[in-house]
Design a protein around this ligand. Structure first.
Ligand code: PA5
Length: 450
């Protein structure tokens, strides 16, 4: 089956062949730390073998639960934040038509999927409650720690909505909890209330968890093929099993971006040319940023949606500070295409485009932008996706996970922890007066002049 390919032909002016070869010892060291589980944070590297070793019984339960949701609900509300929602959102958007939730039921494979608990916005929750209206719905609440504030708040709101609509006993049958196997508030509540539970394996961190129940249940409920997703990841696991950069494209990507970083290209823009791939960038930003951004090191992961952002960020990318490089994720063939409609005359000046498809315009635009940006001093890497399907997505997920695992070790950091995300929580809890934060409350309130 065709799979993703990584292309470096547009960095010839920026990276010499010998520089890539010189990265091999560092990559070999990183590969050994990763696979022999001798590197920092190795307890959280079970994602490496997940596409082979996943829990098949739980996988069947996920498929069964998805069918149940499709049979008794029109809507699934997926509650989670960070690694507990971005992968699912990426996949639901990538594997379904744009505007899937707005399509008539007969044109949709699964239920409508909405996400909640990924912000502290009251308006968002109110608006989503209004959108659900009187439609039948179920809830998948996802939290590894089981104590994260944003999803906990949203869960209260939607749990009470379920109880009001269906009564306490029947509401419980519509709640699916994905959390730690043994501990945490969500775990304890789920056991006590009898919710159907799915587990997030101990050795898989949030941002690496899309191929666990965290991603799989919402993706399956949307009607997408989760077996093909796992098959793609499995084949990538086999493909990216060597340390040799010339044979392992995930490592070639890791090595190339590391060389660029050492030359001062410290910001990477993930580029897509399909609106349905915007959340691919959001998922990738968390994966890269939370894994690499430590000890004042790491490539800053950013993104741009083309051609949309060429009309906003394009100027900066072409002529601003020369510390950017681009990694373009380009589909080799779109899910659907469209001929430019014929029109008499040439009032809109588009006659020269007649006879070509709109996807050909997209492709020519992407080729032209790459040439212009390379001329402007922006190194350009490319990842080609043969199709917008579940197999390809699974393959790509594994490609980026493998790349960032190795990359983190080349930076000499622990790619699997996220100590920095606690700082804001301490300040927020102190200001909200959470028990246990009394010491900090005084200090933070004083700084706000309260
Ligand atoms: O990658 C991570 O660990 C974080 O982004 C978490 O996924 C996020 O904070 C949500 O945590 P939890 O699943 O414990 O609610």
């Amino acid at each position: 089956m065709a799979h993703i390919t990584f292309n470096t032909k547009n960095i010839e002016n920026f990276v010499a062949d010998h520089e890539l070869a010189e990265m091999q010892p560092l990559i070999t060291m990183a590969d050994q730390q990763l696979r022999n589980r001798t590197g920092a944070g190795a307890d959280y590297s079970d994602w490496i073998t997940l596409p082979t070793d996943y829990d098949k019984d739980e996988f069947s339960r996920i498929q069964k639960a998805a069918k149940q949701i499709m049979s008794d609900s029109k809507v699934l509300v997926v509650i989670g934040i960070g690694g507990s929602y971005l992968g699912a959102k990426m996949a639901v958007d990538f594997l379904n038509p744009m505007f899937n939730n707005e399509l008539p039921e007969r044109d949709r494979q699964g239920v409508k999927v909405y996400f909640a608990g990924n912000s502290t916005s009251a308006s968002y929750l109110n608006d989503l409650v209004r959108v659900i209206g009187d439609q039948d719905f179920s809830v998948n609440v996802i939290s590894k720690s089981g104590t994260t504030t944003e999803p906990s708040i949203a869960f209260r709101v939607f749990k009470q909505l379920l109880e009001k609509k269906y009564g306490t006993a029947d509401a419980k049958k519509r709640i699916y909890a994905t959390t730690d196997a043994n501990r945490g508030a969500l775990h304890d509540e789920s056991v006590a209330e009898g919710y159907e539970m799915f587990t997030i394996p101990d050795g898989v961190g949030g941002r690496f968890s899309v191929l666990t129940a965290v991603g799989l249940l919402p993706i399956a409920a949307s009607g997408a093929d989760i077996q093909a997703l796992m098959d793609g990841a499995h084949d990538a696991q086999v493909e990216y099993s060597e340390a040799d950069i010339t044979k392992n494209e995930a490592y070639k990507y890791a090595a190339t971006r590391r060389i660029l970083y050492d030359k001062g290209y410290t910001t990477e823009l993930l580029i897509n040319w399909e609106p349905s791939m915007q959340y691919l960038s959001e998922w990738w930003k968390q994966l890269m940023g939370e894994s690499e951004g430590k000890n004042q090191k790491g490539i800053y992961p950013s993104s741009a949606n083309y051609s949309t952002d060429l009309h906003s960020l394009g100027q900066y990318i072409q002529e601003g500070r020369r510390d950017l490089f681009e990694t373009v994720v380009k589909l080799d063939s779109p899910v659907s295409n469209l001929d430019l409609p014929h029109e008499e005359g040439n009032n809109d000046g588009l006659q020269y485009l007649e006879g070509i498809t709109i996807d050909e315009v997209n492709t020519k635009a992407s080729q032209g932008v790459t040439l212009a940006h390379v001329d402007g001093g922006v190194p350009n890497l490319a990842l080609h996706l043969p199709a917008q399907d579940a197999y390809t997505l699974g393959y790509m997920i594994y490609f980026f996970e493998m790349a960032v695992g190795a990359s983190g070790y080349t930076f000499g950091i622990n790619p699997f922890n996220q100590p920095g995300v606690e700082a804001y929580k301490t300040a927020m809890f102190a200001l909200l007066g959470k028990p246990g934060y009394e010491e900090q409350t005084k200090d933070f309130r004083a700084r706000l002049g309260e």
